[in-house]
Design a protein around this ligand. Structure first.
Ligand SMILES: Nc1ncnc2c1ncn2[C@@H]1O[C@H](COP(=O)(O)OP(=O)(O)OP(=O)(O)O)[C@@H](O)[C@H]1O
Ligand SMILES: [Mg+2]
Length: 470
């Protein structure tokens, strides 16, 4: 449930994040403040506002502790164009891979889609009116092309065409008849009474069904999409299709809505929105840090950092919709920085991420909260999945506690993969139940401490097995 502008105060943002992410308070606060600051900036006079650049954030913390999760939830919360990219996807200009500027193009694309979507929502009503008109036009053609009288209301209802008569100029009488037929049909349509009848309609053959596809997959070097380019050149083909009235209404509503919105305005507003409110989350930024020694890959990594620099610093990026300035786009970067440190980033880039937040490793208490507390927590997910088989899972408190403490132990003794450990452990724990659930309908399965120990204990103790399974 996205909050609107005014309720997006830092404490509300943190509260929202709290519903999904356990702990990591500093990171939550930092992103909340950064978001609020952008809203503050937009209230200032343009002259001053121009001077204020966003305070970009660098989130540092071990793997599996919620960095990406915070970004994901943030994206849902803010009603701002948001893209998440993996730094490893980029390679220096001239190398194979995506160029850094493509993330800005993706952002613009996303932003325009958001604006369009909003515009389309606003015209759904009038579009439906028009769609009904069109469905009726197909049901009761205004003038039968070659002969055929005006279909009466009854004959249309029976799905028959009108009496076959020779074409004659319409009399006022016939006119009235048609009008009354149309208005009766209109009522029935609006009430949904004709929903299941079939109708043959003419639809545009679309290259992009309904909501256009997101740009930036594969062929994105120029921010162009071949299909779209060709689509624009070729005349839109019409095609006759027979379908249920309710489907026809939906299809025609979509077509009519597209006609009702101002595409140019959407593009213009979308560009502006991306520029002013856009957020780019760069994940795995530590993976483009070279490790001091200059191996082959490192040249390219430093290159990516250097390419990243102007974008983060503020530059103008050419997109197919026009130019965007990245001056006020907020960048949030995250990385585990296992073998490297943020200070290994090229110095200029370090300066572009003035706010550093560290995420803490998860302890047993937090792991057990992660199992149960977040909305749609891991355990709830499994309960719901098995619920579809009419098997009821019950995790007791000591069972949860046991899972968490085994997870903590695994993290300590093997690699610390944070909350991800919980996923693998629960899979193992429920493996047998997941398999046999369809044959155990109606059963209630209680997972308490001893049950968890029975299932996972042997795996945890066996240092060979656990390396593969947990
Ligand atoms: N603090 C937390 N609260 C709730 N869930 C969490 C938390 N930390 C991690 N998780 C869960 O663990 C999984 C992995 O977390 P996430 O993707 O955020 O890791 P990350 O910090 O981005 O790690 P990496 O550095 O490997 O990318 C997700 O499914 C997430 O829901
Ligand atoms: Mg991550």
């Amino acid at each position: 449930m996205p909050l609107n502008g005014n309720s997006l105060i830092p404490s509300a943002i943190v509260k929202y994040l709290d519903r999904y992410i356990v702990g990591q308070d500093r990171a939550k606060r930092a992103v909340a403040v950064a978001l609020r600051n952008r809203m503050r900036r937009r209230l200032l006079e343009p002259e001053l506002a121009r001077e204020i650049s966003p305070k970009n954030i660098l989130m540092v913390g071990p793997t599996g502790v919620g960095k990406t999760e915070i970004a994901r939830r943030l994206a849902e919360l803010v009603n701002a164009p948001f893209v998440k990219v993996e730094a490893t996807k980029f390679t220096e200009v001239g190398y194979v891979g995506r160029d850094v500027e493509s993330m800005i193009r993706d952002l613009v694309e996303m932003s325009i889609q958001m604006v369009r979507k909003k515009m389309l929502e606003d015209v759904q009503e009038p579009a439906m009116e028009k769609a009904r008109e069109r469905v009726i036009d197909f049901l009761v053609p205004s003038r039968k092309p070659q002969g055929g009288g005006i279909p009466t209301f009854m004959s249309v209802m029976k799905g028959l065409s009108g009496d076959q008569q020779d074409a004659e100029p319409e009399t006022p009488e016939e006119d009235r008849m048609r009008e009354s037929t149309r208005s009766k049909l209109m009522d029935l349509l609006a009430q949904g009474k004709l929903d299941d009848r079939e109708v043959e309609i003419e639809v545009q053959e679309s290259h992009q069904l309904g909501i256009p596809m997101m740009g930036g997959m594969g062929m994105d070097e120029m921010g162009m999409n071949i299909g779209e380019m060709l689509g624009g050149l070729m005349p839109k083909k019409k095609k006759r299709r027979t379908m249920k009235v309710k489907d026809a209404l939906r299809v025609l509503q979509g077509e009519e809505a597209e006609k009702l919105i101002d595409g140019e305005a959407a593009t213009r507003l979308g560009l502006e929105k991306a520029q002013e409110e856009g957020i780019v989350f760069i994940d795995e930024i530590d993976k483009i840090v070279s490790k001091g020694s200059s191996g082959g890959h490192d040249v390219s990594r430093d290159g990516v950092q250097r390419d990243l620099l102007p974008v983060v610093e503020g530059c103008t990026v050419q997109t197919k919709h026009g130019q965007v300035s990245t001056d006020h786009i907020l960048f949030i970067a995250a990385g585990a920085f296992h073998q490297t440190k943020p200070s290994d980033l090229v110095p200029e880039l370090q300066g572009r991420f003035p706010i550093r937040v560290e995420l803490e490793p998860l302890d047993k208490g937090q792991l057990s909260r992660i199992l149960t507390e977040p909305h749609h927590s891991l355990l709830q997910q499994y309960e719901a999945l098995l619920g579809t088989e009419k098997v009821k899972l019950v995790f007791t408190d000591d069972g949860v506690d046991e899972i968490a403490s085994l997870a903590e132990r695994m993290n300590a003794e093997m690699e610390n993969i944070g909350a991800r450990r919980l996923h693998t452990m629960i899979e193992q724990l429920l493996e047998e139940i997941s398999f046999s659930a369809p044959e155990r309908q109606g059963e209630t399965l209680t997972l308490d401490r001893s049950m968890v120990q029975d299932k996972l204990g042997p795996l945890v103790k066996d240092s060979d097995v656990r390396r593969y399974l947990l």
